[in-house]
Design a binder for this molecule. Sequence first.
Ligand SMILES: Cc1cc2nc3c(=O)[nH]c(=O)nc-3n(C[C@H](O)[C@H](O)[C@H](O)COP(=O)(O)OP(=O)(O)OC[C@H]3O[C@@H](n4cnc5c(N)ncnc54)[C@H](O)[C@@H]3O)c2cc1C
Ligand code: FES
Length: 282
Amino acid sequence: MNEQVQEKNIYQPHLMEITKVIPETGDTKTFHIQFQDASLRESFSFLAGQFAEYSVFGEGEATFCISSSPTRMGRLEFSVKRVGRVTHALHQLNEGDPIGFRGPYGNHFPLDKLKGKNLLFIGGGIGLAPLRSLIHNVVDTRADYREITILYGARSPQDLCFRYDLESWGGNPTLTIVTTVDVGDNNWKGKVGLVPMVLEEIKPSSKETIAITCGPPIMIRYTLKSLEKLGFTPSQVWTTLEMKMKCGLGKCGRCNIGPLYVCKDGPVFSLEEIQRFVSDEF
Ligand SMILES: Cc1cc2nc3c(=O)[nH]c(=O)nc-3n(C[C@H](O)[C@H](O)[C@H](O)COP(=O)(O)OP(=O)(O)OC[C@H]3O[C@@H](n4cnc5c(N)ncnc54)[C@H](O)[C@@H]3O)c2cc1C
Ligand code: FES
């Protein structure tokens, strides 16, 4: 293939090298990666909420959000829960191994709408990954926002991802962080209960507040109901959707909900937008 044709191949991944692997839980790992091409390392940019297609050579491609922040560009990070073929293959990789990367794709969290507001982050399990990108971003530009509350839940203390972030956010006096697990153990000092229950218990004010949530579908479903009870309107609630994807570019038609392609029109949507297009699902 000549160079000109290669340049036009929108599916061709860039080569990246894994620089660190962090085991988060029994089934989730975080990977730090870096472009092999030094000029791409310098020129690459993205916004919190965007995702990419990552390939394991000989196995295939899968979609993951970029879980690091655009305000911390030394490397990219993504976190992977092992569920099937590609995620299993990714979990076998080590520092120094190459992977493919194409992106960034999709829209991003609406920073312009968040500025000057109270922010309420609600995450469950690996759903903290896309929120984490935005949380680091707003922490790094803290003066632009009012109160920031992070509610994060997992099945058990062993299932909490990003413990190093939870610790660092917990030590930041400008953040309120609440962690909860479905089932605790003797050492657990956080709350015990499902995320929506704890949300109703801590009763964040909906006044001048934007809620941003990501987690398992069942958590999202009940969290949305709890937010409504707390007085949040659909335009005050944002989420990021994870429909199964293939191209990531709005071409294959795999990821639609109603008339929207999640890969191109999303993955970040306000609840207001989602209800407008797919009222029966949310
Ligand atoms: C925009 C976006 C961002 C994502 N971010 C992350 C992330 O940060 N971390 C992470 O671990 N995962 C993320 N996912 C989900 C991830 O893409 C899938 O888990 C992955 O593609 C599974 O690949 P696999 O080959 O291992 O699984 P497969 O062998 O293809 O499938 C294994 C099982 O997982 C199911 N599955 C596959 N893809 C999805 C999906 N998108 N949603 C629900 N079920 C699925 C299959 O139906 C099957 O039951 C994201 C998905 C999208 C669309
Ligand atoms: S993944 Fe192909 S159109 Fe969205």
